[in-house]
Design a protein around this ligand. Sequence first.
Ligand code: FAD
Length: 458
Amino acid sequence: ACAISPKAIVSDACASYSTLERLNRNVKPALDELTQTTDFFSHYRVNLFHKKCPFWNDENGMCGNIACAVETLDNEEDIPPVWRAKELGKLEGPRAQHPGKAVQKQEPVRPLKGKLGEGVGESCVVEYDDECDDRDYCVPEDESATSKGDYVSLLRNPERFTGYAGDGAKQVWDAVYRENCFQRSSFPHYAALGKDTSARGPAAMDFKAVLDAAGRQHVLEQTREHNPLTPFVANTGLEAEDECLEKRVFYRVMSGMHASISTHLCWDFLNQTTGQWQPNLGCYKARLHQFPDRISNLYFNYALLSRAIAKLGPYLTAEQGYTFCTGDPAQDAETREKVLAVTTKAASVPQIFDESLMFKNGEGPSLKEDFRNRFRNVSRLMDCVGCDKCRLWGKLQTAGYGTALKVLFEFDNNDHPEVPILKRTELVALFNTYARLSSSMSAIQKFRAMEEEEENKG
Ligand code: FAD
């Protein structure tokens, strides 16, 4: 009886900020343990370097013209090496190569109804090639590459300030929010683009056309964001418009992800005077505190992921046959125990998010298809991010939200009773995205306390 409907604002009685913060205090230690101490969840396999931005030509630099790219490079040379954006954004530590076919696992057998893991075994570090099925909210990682990806230690490459900013970053964020225009034609969807990279020409043209239209929409959203009447725990204000629920949820997921990235870069910020990594209260105030709707969307995402993780828990038990670390029963048992500690705690607040209200109206099925395609486009946009570390976390988090949506909308689905397979990359992305939100929430609480202290002093 006490669910956050996707319609609801986070301040609704049942799921206040404090309810979610209490849940987070309970879940966070187990989540940190899982993502920081297991091989399975502290590494990610991702194709970071072999895919080009499919929507615009990034060969001339992210801002789209040569002069801009050259200027950026010139400026960089003037900056001491450790402070260069490039240096800050680069990946650290050894990256294992993609294993050859010989050591790859067999494709898992598609499980029977009601089971995620029948016959599914996963190695701790080696994985079979990705393939998406039509119920995925991600894009296939192998769509254009001959080399299938690199293994990255997430612990050695924390999400934090990198200095990536300017036109390149703005172009990506603008494009992400443009995907929210459900009624307008936007980028050609993945299926229309095909796998041939020569399809980029028309995509780039479409992008320009959409830019104009969506530029106006973006300004509109900005205006609403700045509305001083927006209460502290407000919704985006979008419901005042004639807008469907699904579109609002899409916007909130994107905005909440953006808010979480902003929180991490403000929390783990490089003080360029002292060379110390430390929280930057000014950064928090400028990007988050002034925009309560962004914080609300971050909490909304936390509720959404908590629900997905809780729903997934029963599919990951030993009885269901999912194996985390094939060939090492002890490590498998230990990893599972840590996973179940998280899923059980996430389930401790009943019905935290009610996904059953979505895709229910007359347009339901076609909206879902549209929603999924737009989500896939956002995941492809991550290849346009011009900073390795940001691209890594951008890809991981879009994959994490995609997996959460798959669990929410494709499991227990009467139209498709077969439970979809979740691959290792999806599980790792899901739990690490949850961990990102969890640490964002705890950073925001600390920022709030710092801000209050400053207010009291002043
Ligand atoms: P931006 O954050 O670029 O925002 C652009 C515009 O979007 C704003 O002007 C505002 O109108 C709107 N907006 C901002 N936040 C929200 C929100 N939550 N909801 C709705 N609208 C919003 N930088 C790092 O230092 N470390 C990283 O790990 C990192 N990862 C990134 C990952 C991705 C996928 C992208 C695209 C960028 C990443 N960046 C990262 C860059 C960072 O997000 C900012 O783009 C950059 O710091 C410049 O910030 P800005 O103040 O110009 O506004």
